[in-house]
Design a protein around this ligand. Structure first.
Ligand code: GDD
Ligand code: MG
Length: 362
C-alpha cells in the first residue's frame, strides 16, 4: 500500500504579503499556467491521486496541517472531491519532523506499515507522467526499507534548498546518497553548482512508516518520544485527529532535513536518490514565482492590474490596485490592500525577516 502524506502546515512567510498567517501560500492559487485554478495544496493532492494510474494502490491522503487552517483544508479537499484518510491537526507548527512522525503513527494505527510518499504542499510540476514514473521508481525502492528522496538538476545557486551528492545510479536510475546538505550559505551553494555533481532535494521523500520512526528514534529520540506522547493523548473528531495540545507544543521544532536526512549518509539508514525531471518548482519565495510565471519579451511577469514599461525581469503581483513600474530591473513588487513589498528579486529569501520583525512588533 502506498500512503500519500501532504505536509500543509507551513506558514509560507517568504511569500508575504500575499501569504498570511490565516491564509498561507499552500492554499493560494499561484504562478504556473494562467488557466490553473488549483491551489498549491490542491495540486499536491491531485498529483498523488494521479499515482493510482501508475498501479501503486494509493490510499486516501493523510493531511498534516495546522488547526487554524482546518476549514481551508477541508473546503479545498471538497472542491477536489477527495475524501482524506484523516486530517492531523497541529495546535502549533513544530516544523516537518514532528509532522511526518504524526503521519507515520497514524499510518501504522491499523497494524499496517505502508510506504509513505511525503510531499510538501508548496510546489508545482508541469510533467505529471514523468512525476508519476519517478515516484513509482521511488516507491519500489522504498519497499525494502530504504529512505528514498527525489533529486532535481539545479540551475542556480539557490540557498533555500537541500543539496545532494550521489554515487553512480544503478540500472533503475537509483543512486546512493553520499552527502545531504540542507540550505547551504550562498558561497557553498555557488560552489556546489559549479562542481556540477549536486542535485537539489525536491523535498519529497518516500519510505516505510517504520523506517521513518526507526531513523528518527535513532537520530532524534527526543522528537520521537515527545511526538509519540502527544499522539498517545490524541482526540479524534470525524476526520480530524488532534494530538494532545500541551504535549505537542513541547515537541522540539525541527525539519525532516536537519533531524534525519543530513544524518543518514554513513549511518545504517542509507538514502537512495531518484532523479525527478518533471518541470518541478518549489514556490518558496517570490523569485521562484517569477521563474515559473509566463513572461513578456523583457522577462517581466505580472498578475492583476499592472503596467510595466522599459523594465527587465520584473515581477508585479497586484491584488487591489493598479501597479505601474518604469525602468526597473530584477525587482519584485507585491501589492495587497494593507501591505506592499518592493524587493530585489535576488534577495527574495530575506522577506522572511520582515515577517519575523512584524511578528515581534505585533
Ligand atoms: N504539518 C506541517 N507542520 N507542515 C509544515 C510545517 C509544520 O510545522 N512546516 C512546514 N510545513 C510544510 C510546508 O507547508 C511545506 O509544504 C513543506 O512542509 C516543506 O516546508 P518548507 O518550510 O517549505 O521547507 P523548505 O522549502 O524551506 O525546504 C524543504 O523543501 C525544499 C524543496 O522545496 C527542504 O526539504 C529542502 O531540503 C528542499 O530543497
Ligand atoms: Mg518550501
Amino acid at each position: 500500500l502506498t500512503q500519500p502524506v501532504i505536509m500543509a502546515g507551513g506558514s509560507g512567510t517568504r511569500l508575504w504579503p500575499l501569504s498570511r498567517a490565516g491564509y498561507p501560500k499552500q492554499f493560494l492559487v499561484l504562478g504556473g499556467d494562467a488557466d490553473r485554478s488549483d491551489s498549491l495544496f490542491q495540486q499536491a493532492v491531485r498529483r498523488l491521486q494521479g499515482l493510482d494510474g501508475a498501479e501503486l494502490a494509493v490510499a486516501a491522503p493523510l493531511i498534516v496541517g495546522n488547526e487554524d487552517h482546518r476549514f481551508l483544508c477541508l473546503d479545498q479537499l471538497r472542491e477536489l472531491k477527495v475524501e482524506p484518510a484523516a486530517v492531523l491537526l497541529e495546535p502549533v507548527g513544530r516544523n516537518t519532523a514532528p509532522a511526518v512522525t504524526l503521519a507515520a503513527l497514524a499510518a501504522q494505527s491499523d497494524g499496517q506499515d505502508p510506504v509513505l510518499v511525503v510531499t510538501p504542499a508548496d510546489q508545482t510540476v508541469t510533467d505529471e507522467p514523468a512525476f508519476a514514473a519517478a515516484l513509482k521508481q521511488a516507491v519500489l525502492a522504498a519497499a525494502d526499507g530504504a529512505v528514498v528522496i527525489l533529486g532535481i538538476t539545479p540551475d542556480r545557486p539557490e540557498t533555500g534548498y537541500g543539496y545532494i551528492l550521489t554515487g553512480e545510479p544503478d540500472a533503475r536510475g537509483v543512486a546512493p546518497v553520499q552527502r545531504f546538505v540542507e540550505k547551504p550559505d550562498a558561497a557553498t551553494a555557488a560552489r556546489y553548482l559549479a562542481e556540477g555533481c549536486y542535485a537539489w532535494n525536491a523535498g519529497i521523500f518516500v519510505l516505510r512508516a517504520s523506517t521513518w520512526l526507526k531513523a528518527l528514534g535513532s537520530f532524534r529520540p527526543d522528537i520521537a518520544q515527545a511526538t509519540q506522547a502527544a499522539w498517545d493523548g490524541r482526540a479524534t473528531d470525524a476526520k480530524f485527529v488532534r494530538p494532545a495540545k500541551a504535549a505537542f507544543a513541547a515537541v522540539p521544532s525541527e525539519s525532516v532535513d536537519y533531524a534525519v536526512m543530513e544524518r543518514c549518509p554513513g549511518s545504517p539508514f542509507a538514502i537512495q536518490m531518484v532523479a525527478l525531471n518533471a518541470g518541478w518548482n518549489d514556490l518558496g519565495a517570490w523569485d521562484a514565482v517569477w521563474q515559473v510565471s509566463g513572461k513578456d519579451a523583457g522577462g517581466n511577469a505580472s498578475v492583476g492590474d499592472a503596467i510595466i514599461k522599459d523594465s527587465e525581469n520584473v515581477l508585479v503581483h497586484a491584488t487591489s490596485r493598479l501597479v505601474s513600474a518604469v525602468g526597473l530591473k530584477d525587482v519584485v513588487v507585491v501589492e495587497t490592500p494593507d501591505a506592499v513589498l518592493v524587493a530585489d528579486r535576488a534577495r527574495s529569501q530575506e522577506v522572511k525577516q520582515i515577517v519575523n520583525q512584524l511578528t515581534k512588533q505585533g
